[in-house]
Design a protein around this ligand. Sequence first.
Ligand SMILES: O=C(O)CCC(=O)C(=O)O
Ligand SMILES: [Fe+2]
Length: 216
Amino acid sequence: MTTLFEDSTEIQALNDDFGPGTAVLRGYARDREAAIMDALFAVAAKSHFRHMVTPGGFRMSVAMTNCGSFGWVTDRKGYRYTAVDPETNGIWPAMPEVFMDLAREAATMAGYPNFVPDACLINRYEPGARLSLHQDKNEKDFDEPIVSVSLGLPAVFLFGGMERSDKTTQIPVGHCDILVWGGPARLRYHGVNPLKEGSHPIVGGFRFNLTFRKAA
Ligand SMILES: O=C(O)CCC(=O)C(=O)O
Ligand SMILES: [Fe+2]
């Protein structure tokens, strides 16, 4: 697939900014933003956004749902992927084609042409919601990258190193920007600063984030 970023020098330059294995595709999802938002709300109508509880008993400020064969969940028993939504007791909504195509294209642009996600975690941030530094490590194969799509209000993504205490880089992420990390960056710590109030013309007072993974 070729678009705006056919000029790979731009991606290369961005890779250099945040380290090997990473790419930032600015505005990459814009050509299909309406279809993405429609698909997101269709998923959320079946498996609703909910505030999950961490193993330590804290209610997450970010509300979450999932689509695809597997969904990421947390409760008092731990973090894991499930094939069944514990709220509906049914399977998670299927991954919309527009999500799958976007994730695969973005991964390919970033140098991961074989990525076929089987899970998409959908995060919903309201003002004040944040995600503390963590590694994505409930997936089976760390050779598979993570593709992360930002929608709606802007946020600051924190990108750290392999240790929680490593210094973090602040990456501003806006509507339709995509971050990809894999290879040597796959287990880097990352998080999101508390969301600032605002109103996005299409998405309103929220930030959504689609995180594509190969879970199994
Ligand atoms: O919202 C984001 O940009 C990051 C989400 C994330 O790191 C996660 O869901 O594991
Ligand atoms: Fe993450």
